[in-house]
Design a protein around this ligand. Structure first.
Ligand SMILES: C=CC1=C(C)c2cc3[nH]c(cc4nc(cc5[nH]c(cc1n2)c(C)c5CCC(=O)O)C(CCC(=O)O)=C4C)c(C)c3C=C
Ligand SMILES: [Fe+2]
Ligand SMILES: [Fe+2]
Length: 357
């Protein structure tokens, strides 16, 4: 077994602390070819689709990857921007803003980078860059407020798998969720309040989260509970009564039952129950992406309006709002608070030079 060497061992260089921000990932282009590559990697992850591999290999390669890339590419092209996929644009901006906050407070001692679980920039390529820059202590912050094995768990898998190839493993902290962090709740509630100030209240506030198969909940995934907790805390902060808000689940994939109530079915049925205006927010998405802009903002808007709805307002994700960046920075700062950056490398460097490295 040959482990990767790290240049930091052979060059005199100050130790650094690393902050790695991650998100799901997105295709490189809104084309069937790029979508096929992205979906192949994403949907082959056993944390995402928990189906026996031989069966899933056949379904994925013989059916899904021959149909879905074209359909998804069409959807992506409706949201694509000159700078790329919205998820990429927002994640880059978030990393830039967090880097600026870290620089203000820690100077050059802290290195901030972002990586994507699927596609580019890959977790391995970014870890390479960070470890070679001298990172010896690492905080990983997946931008998923709610723990889910399919997202958070899979990010941890990718990092630990990468480390199996490395000689030198840094100290590491992994933020597995922040669904009930009081600052996160405050920032969400403030965003709704600001929307109310500009547009007035609607009949209902819908808090829509990405779904997962119900089977994952039955098997012990905390995701469903964490989503409901976020909704309850936001509603309490906004002093909403039980019938003034709802938690729903969107973006289902495949034929099995997913977490309910489904966002699309809910929006189709609400006008018939007298709910003519809705405001919808997606607290689980830290950045706007295909699933919020196209699926909620366009597809689900149409379902609601075509079913007799009169007013549909999507409240944007927290993206790079300064309050969101502050909140994320504070999570990072808490994790860094007892880590000192510099260590005495004299002995190690002398040994390396004695060995002729
Ligand atoms: C079995 C399939 C899927 C599970 C489980 C799943 C969980 C899950 N996903 C997110 C966040 C995002 N998903 C996004 C896109 C997306 N999700 C799936 C499937 C599952 N997701 C697919 C096939 C796609 C691609 C789009 C499509 O073809 O319809 C995105 C958007 C990415 C972007 O580029 O904009 C996000 C974000 C979470 C949080 C989650 C579990 C909690
Ligand atoms: Fe998804
Ligand atoms: Fe979708």
């Amino acid at each position: 077994m040959k482990y990767q060497s790290q240049t930091a061992f052979t060059h005199k260089q100050a130790d650094k602390i690393g902050v790695l921000i991650t998100n799901l990932g997105t295709p490189d282009a809104p084309t069937p070819k790029a979508l096929k590559r992205y979906l192949k990697e994403f949907l082959w992850d056993p944390r995402v689709v928990e189906v026996p591999r031989p069966i899933w290999w056949m379904v994925l390669n013989l059916i899904i990857l021959n149909i879905r890339p074209r359909r998804s590419a069409e959807a992506y092209s409706t949201v694509w921007t000159d700078e790329g996929s919205p998820l990429m644009v927002h994640t880059k901006a978030q990393a830039k803003a967090i880097r600026a906050r870290c620089e203000q407070v820690y100077g050059n001692d802290v290195v901030v980078e972002f990586a994507m679980r699927y596609g580019n920039p890959s977790i391995s390529s970014v870890l390479d860059k960070m470890l070679n820059a001298g990172v010896r202590k690492l905080v990983v912050l997946p931008l998923y407020p709610h723990y889910c094995a399919s997202t958070t768990g899979s990010t941890f898998d990718a990092i630990s798998h990468d480390f199996t190839q490395r000689r030198w493993i840094p100290d590491m902290r992994f933020v597995s969720h922040y669904h009930d962090n009081s600052e996160y709740i405050d920032v969400l509630a403030a965003k709704v309040k600001k929307h109310w100030e500009a547009h007035g209240k609607a009949d209902k506030l819908i808090l829509s989260y990405h779904g997962i198969p119900k089977r994952y909940l039955i098997n012990g995934d905390p995701y469903h509970c964490e989503c409901h907790k976020t909704s309850r805390l936001v509603a309490e902060k906004l002093e909403l009564g039980r019938d003034e808000y709802m938690t729903t689940f969107q973006s289902r994939f495949g034929r099995e039952e997913w977490l309910k109530p489904y966002t699309d079915e809910t929006l189709k049925s609400l006008p018939g129950q007298g709910v003519k205006s809705v405001q919808i927010m997606c607290p689980g998405f830290s950045a706007d992406c295909l699933e919020t802009i196209e699926e909620i903002g366009e597809e689900n808007r149409d379902y609601f309006m075509e079913s007799g709805g009169e007013r549909f307002e999507y409240i944007e994700a927290l993206n790079s709002d300064p309050a969101h960046i502050d909140m994320l920075f504070n999570i990072i700062a808490t994790n860094l608070s007892d880590w000192t950056v510099q260590s005495d490398n004299t002995l190690r460097d002398k040994l390396a030079s004695d060995l002729g490295a």
